[in-house]
Design a binder for this molecule. Structure first.
Ligand SMILES: Nc1ncnc2c1ncn2[C@@H]1O[C@H](COP(=O)(O)OP(=O)(O)O)[C@@H](O)[C@H]1O
Ligand SMILES: [Mg+2]
Length: 573
């Protein structure tokens, strides 16, 4: 909680005023029964109309003041609570933007979404309630108890019985409900997780015809949440009746003993009436406190989950005096090994190679041979475990991360487009790109041939994830987007796999002949995609099995020859 307090700074005014106003409201609430008793005992007893009117007016004024304070206090409480939550939400969002891939692997997207939405909302609500209830309940209780004792100390002895009874019953119920509420929270998470996972992958689910399986999985979690919620609620339903029984029994006892005192003349009627009001106020505050503790319980789970994210340091640390300019687009790996966080095996083992600025590097190898892992080290999506990665002759760790990533364009294997227009998507690469520049990039990526056919051209709509394009079209659009960054290095991770051979060949030629200053790294399944590269790495189980030009590799690398021949056979058949 201490970690979160600074986020209240902006709202500190409201967070202080809310409880202060709350206390004023409580004072008004406490004064009203007292004023009432004066009206009954003095005004009515003496038939003094003027006194009744005078005190009556004060009573109305107190009620109005109490109401006003109450309304403003609630308003301030809401401002502080939800303001606090929104500050934290923003900070979380910012934090996540700075997360490395390794951080994201650890938390999973679904759980991050729950933390940003549910947990922040809970925290906001509970903060709002705490500011009000945590102040109102104890003050109300103390004031009311004080007044009751002042009116009639001997009658106040009923509390010796009723308060402990209520406290014991509340404690029993709440201690039984507590684990169930915590369990409910985890079950809500489980339901949320499956909803998120499914909705983001709904097309996959449908295409694999897994709806029934997924429905069953959902039903199991959903039912289990319902059962826990029902069990928790079935305990909570006892709270109200218990409170009523204790309150009414206490009132009956007070009427019984107090009635006698009134009859014998040692207590006034009005005093008895106000005494009963104080009883209700005291027992209500106890109830309120117990509810408050329950809310607090809910919040602690959320706080833990929020703080966990805030405490996570990005695995990628920036140099204190970072370099902001890349001298050129050369790339070198020196004795690089890499292990994924949490994994025991090395995914990359002792990688060494060098390419000059502007050259084309091809990488080939079976799936799982760590091709993607290797290239992710260049824009520092992950850091090496051993050895160094050099770009422009300088260790990547020395660069300003933003500057580095601006100059290293990465077309990820699973790249997506965003909902909007083609133009908007292209501007992700470069906000200031003109239509001419965009069209030029689209032409280079061989995407203009289909974009130019749309009546609305660059204004053509892109659905979420680019679902309204074919795989090959999407790949060409993402390549164009990367080119708009005018990078020094461009990495294509299997980015032309869905493009037909002829178009693929055109793209390869563009990279070799037109983009002479751009270092190009192409990961491909097809030998034809990298055949003309200045250098080819053949990857096998995290190691470079062989490297060289196409013709050399055909002679020196059995794996390469095998891949090549199998693909030739494919073409011939
Ligand atoms: N985020 C990750 N966390 C842990 N292991 C991973 C992660 N990504 C990939 N791997 C593992 O690293 C190995 C190499 O994967 P990858 O580099 O994607 O291979 P390729 O791109 O050659 O198909 C695989 O065994 C894969 O399971
Ligand atoms: Mg891959």
């Amino acid at each position: 909680m201490k970690k979160l307090l600074p986020f209240m700074k902006k709202y500190i005014k409201y967070a202080t005023l809310c409880p202060i106003l709350m206390i004023l409201e409580v004072i008004a609430d406490i004064a009203i029964p007292y004023l009432m008793s004066r009206i009954v005992d003095v005004g009515i007893a003496n038939q003094d109309i003027e006194y009744v009117l005078k005190i009556g007016l004060i009573m109305v004024a107190a009620a109005l003041a109490g109401m006003t304070f109450g309304i403003i206090s609630s308003h301030y409480g809401a401002k502080a609570g939800f303001g606090f939550a929104s500050e934290i939400r923003f900070k979380l969002f910012e934090k996540i933007q700075g997360f490395s891939f390794a951080n994201l692997d650890k938390f999973t997207v679904a759980s991050l979404i729950t933390r940003l939405t549910n947990d922040c909302n809970t925290l906001g609500q509970v903060t709002m309630m705490s500011l009000r209830m945590a102040v109102r309940a104890p003050f109300m209780m103390i004031f009311a108890l004080f007044m009751a004792l002042r009116i009639n100390a001997s009658l106040a002895r009923v509390f010796v019985v009723s308060i402990p009874v209520l406290v014991i019953v509340l404690t029993i119920i709440l201690s039984k409900a507590r684990p169930m509420f915590l369990l409910m929270q985890t079950k809500i998470d489980r339901v949320n997780a499956i909803i998120r996972e499914n909705l983001t992958a709904i097309r996959v689910v449908k295409s694999f015809n897994r709806q029934n399986h997924e429905e069953a999985r959902f039903k199991e979690r959903n039912d289990s949440l319902r059962d826990t919620a029902l069990r928790a609620i079935s305990l909570i339903v006892f709270l109200m009746p218990v409170l009523s029984i204790v309150t009414y029994s206490t009132i009956v006892a007070v009427l019984w003993f107090g009635g006698r005192q009134v009859a014998s003349g040692s207590m006034e009627t009005g005093e008895l009436i106000s005494f009963i009001t104080y009883i209700t106020q005291i027992l209500m505050s106890l109830m309120m406190m117990s509810f408050f503790f329950m809310q607090l319980l809910r919040a602690t789970a959320s706080v833990t989950r929020i703080v966990e994210v805030l405490n996570t340091e990005s695995e990628i640390k920036e140099d204190e005096n970072p370099i902001r300019e890349l001298p050129d687009g050369s790339v070198a790996f020196e004795g690089v090994s890499f292990r994924y966080p949490g994994s025991t095996e090395k995914t990359l083992k002792n990688i060494n190679f060098h390419i000059n600025s502007g050259e084309v590097l091809g990488i080939i190898g079976s799936t799982g041979s760590s091709k993607s892992t290797l290239v992710q080290l260049i824009p520092r999506l992950y850091d090496t475990t051993e050895g160094r990665v050099l770009v422009g002759g300088i260790d990547v760790k020395r660069y300003d991360i933003k500057a580095l990533r601006d100059k290293v364009a990465f077309v990820l294997q699973k790249n997506t487009l965003f909902s909007g227009t083609i133009r908007e998507n292209m501007k992700w690469g470069n906000e200031k790109a003109s239509d001419e520049e965009i069209i030029h990039a689209l032409k280079l990526a061989q995407a203009w041939e289909f974009v130019s056919k749309y009546k609305d051209g660059l204004d053509h709509r892109v659905d979420q994830g680019g679902e309204n394009f074919s795989g090959g079209q999407k790949q060409r659009l993402t390549i164009a987007r990367a080119l708009l960054k005018s990078p020094k290095i461009i990495i294509l991770d299997d980015s032309t796999s869905a493009v037909d051979m002829a178009t693929d060949a055109k793209i390869q030629r563009i990279f070799k002949d037109e983009l002479k200053d751009v270092t190009t790294i192409i990961i491909a399944q097809r030998v034809s995609s990298i055949q003309y590269a200045d250098r080819i790495l053949v990857m096998n189980e995290g190691e470079i099995e062989a490297s060289g030009k196409h013709e050399d590799l055909l002679l020196s690398s059995p794996i390469y020859r095998e891949i090549y021949e199998s693909q030739q056979r494919g073409v011939g058949a």
